[in-house]
Design a protein around this ligand. Structure first.
Ligand code: SF4
Length: 222
């Protein structure tokens, strides 16, 4: 079990899965730059967080739900957790409401579906917290993408759980080590909120230049 002081922010797992350097810049060096992608994402999140509880088509919708897992050492906020009515005794009881309910986490994202697993890892870590908090199994959740305005159903299966656990460990190791790793320019850098601070293209140019200069010294030594 982890203590309150040892809890990792769930959002950091998504940063880590997107780029190790970005994660270190945000969570080690406390750097944050808002760009069009993060501001659009923030607006979408704020929309998701406008009302705390709503009931629609029999589904109870909780917004901005605080999450915590002392077993996995995680803390965060779920954009939306839907509670679907169920006849199954495996559903959870909700205070002041009759019947049983199945929690279903929905994470809101701007833009299109990303290539990597970062969004799924974030969703899975939310499910791990909800399972511990509500003592229930959560087999699936969903990602909502602002661009397509569609939901992607995500199975919280063993493979995704193992991947998420490996990123939790990696995140903890990164913070313990306290070293910001280098990062090379990749297409994903164009949508990175820290591009202007990280300067991956210039850094790569500088690296190439130093290699170029070093090659002269190496030749002189021969
Ligand atoms: S600009 Fe690229 S290398 Fe730098 S933090 Fe962002 S994604 Fe990582």
């Amino acid at each position: 079990m982890f203590s309150e002081e040892e809890l990792l922010p769930i959002s950091g797992l998504q940063h880590l899965a997107f780029c190790e350097r970005q994660c270190a810049l945000i969570h080690l060096e406390r750097v944050w730059e808002e760009n069009i992608f993060t501001s659009e994402g923030r607006i979408l999140h704020e929309k998701a967080h406008t009302e705390e509880v709503e009931i629609r088509d029999g589904i109870r919708i909780a917004r901005s739900l605080p999450l915590k897992s002392l077993s996995y050492g995680l803390v965060g906020i779920a954009d939306v957790v839907e509670f679907h009515p169920t006849c199954s005794r495996e559903g959870v009881l909700l205070s002041g409401l009759a019947g049983r309910w199945f929690p279903y986490s929905v994470e809101y994202k701007r833009g299109r579906r990303k290539k990597g697993p970062s969004d799924k890892i974030q969703l899975c870590s939310q499910a791990l917290c909800l399972e511990e908090m509500l003592n229930v199994d959560i087999p699936e959740g969903a990602l909502f993408y602002g661009k397509s305005r569609r939901r992607l159903v995500v199975l919280i299966d063993k493979k995704l759980r193992n991947l998420t656990l490996s990123f939790i460990k990696k995140f903890r190791d990164l913070l313990a080590e306290g070293i910001t790793p280098k990062g090379d320019y990749e297409p994903k850098c164009d949508s990175c909120s820290l591009k202007e601070i990280c300067l991956p293209q210039i850094r790569n140019s500088a690296l190439s230049l130093s290699r170029y200069l070093n090659s002269f010294f190496e030749e002189d030594d021969c």
